[in-house]
Design a protein around this ligand. Structure first.
Ligand code: NAD
Length: 378
């Protein structure tokens, strides 16, 4: 059986999620025709590299990503570093034709993403972005319904990704609060929201956006008595027009008091509507205008579809009736990638979608800076 040698660059929060996926794929999918072994891990400090290596049962730890991207003993490269480190590692992995699994967003700026786009034609590996919100059974079923024409003509949508973490003024100034390092909510949550919107409804044509910075100073990590300025947004609100003419809103915020990790999505079409909430991931709500509304209410109304763990084969664990969570969507996202690697076919969402999201986020940033509608530059 083929064993893929995995190198993970960055082993903080999400690096562990990617590692969990590899270590557990064989439990979730029946008769998996390949195995993966995490052989290399890279972090930014000697101590964390040592700890990561130990945690991963002896994977070789290093401090220079090129020991992974240029290494003939590595087949698959995971990019799990802060956003400002993505571009160089992706380009290096591409230059060595590694298979690449890159967490969102692809880069900090659109210019960086366009550098990657220019390198794509000569790159031979399989590549995928980590955009796991598409990989809930509820969002996968939503996509099927859209493709089957359930909505009729899509008219409107609302997509809100709600967190509350930035309200806490005690959070120190980590990379997520620094624009140059790829911080800000547009990149962190907006990337997911714009991916889900385009996954279900197609490309964004133009946006009118504004952003909000509520906590403008945060404690220095090195010297907690010192306050440093924050230069990127805590929240973003965008009016969005799609290329298919549908209109709606995309909101991404870390100032939503009471929210945990809530992706709310509603789509309204001439024949039906779809509603998904990541805090109720077992269900997809659907509304079918074609159902009779008489006598009295007929059978028309919102229906809760049990999507549970209904991924279809080869996923066979846990049972379809079991409730599902965020981590399981990550496992499915990784499986989609590894299955494509093993079969030698293109994966979706690939780096191209990472670049597309950068184009949209660039328009959002331009619009919130100028106050004017901005067309997505293609
Ligand atoms: N898809 C999701 O659900 C999701 C969730 C969280 C984070 N992310 C993404 O994952 C990435 C990492 O986020 P995180 O929360 O894990 O960050 P983190 O700060 O927890 O971890 C970052 C890791 O990168 C390492 N690192 C930093 N600079 C490095 C360098 N120059 N070379 C090598 N290693 C370096 C650090 O040592 C650490 O191990 C970001 O791109 C973020 O947007 C995605």
């Amino acid at each position: 059986m083929k064993t893929y040698r995995i190198g993970i660059i960055g082993f903080g929060y999400i690096g562990k999620v990617h590692a969990f996926g590899h270590e557990n794929l064989r439990y979730f999918f029946q008769d998996l025709p390949f195995r993966s072994e995490i052989t290399h891990v890279c972090t930014s400090h000697g101590k964390s590299a040592e700890a990561a290596s130990k945690f991963l049962g002896g994977a070789k730890g290093c401090l220079d990503y090129r020991e992974i991207t240029e290494n003939p003993d590595v087949d698959v490269v995971h990019i799990c570093t802060p956003n400002h480190c993505h571009k160089d590692a992706v380009l290096s992995a591409m230059a060595h034709n590694k298979h690449i699994y890159c967490d969102k967003p692809l880069t900090v700026t659109l210019d960086e993403a366009l550098e990657i786009e220019r390198a794509l034609p000569s790159y031979k590996g399989i590549h995928q972005m980590t955009l796991q919100l598409r990989f809930f059974p509820g969002t996968l079923r939503a996509r099927q319904l859209v493709e089957e024409g359930f909505l009729g003509r899509p008219l409107q949508f609302r997509c809100s990704f709600l967190h509350s973490g930035n309200i806490d003024q005690k959070n120190p100034l980590r990379w997520r609060y620094e624009g140059a390092l790829g911080g800000g909510v547009i990149a962190d949550l907006g990337s997911h929201a714009f991916d889900l919107t385009s996954f279900l409804l197609g490309p964004v044509a133009r946006v009118s956006a504004m952003s909000q910075l509520a906590v403008s100073e945060r404690r220095s990590l090195d010297d907690p008595s010192k306050l440093l300025p924050v230069d990127c947004e805590d929240a973003m609100f965008a009016l969005v027009e799609l290329e298919n003419g549908a209109m709606g809103t995309v909101e991404a915020t870390k100032l939503a008091t009471g929210a945990e990790d809530e992706m709310r999505l509603e789509i309204h079409g001439t024949q039906g509507a779809i509603r998904f909430n990541s805090m109720d991931p077992h269900h997809l709500d659907i509304y079918d205008v074609r159902q009779p509304d008489a006598p009295i209410g007929g059978t028309r109304g919102w229906t809760k579809v049990d999507t549970g763990q209904r991924f279809g084969p080869p996923a066979n664990f846990p049972a379809t009736k079991s409730t599902i969570g965020w981590l399981r969507a990550h496992v499915q996202c990784l499986y989609n990638f590894m299955d494509c690697v093993h079969r030698g076919i293109p994966a979706d969402p690939g780096l191209e979608q990472g670049i597309e999201i950068q184009r949209v986020m660039d328009a959002v940033k331009r619009s919130s800076a100028t106050g004017a509608w901005q067309v997505v530059a293609r």
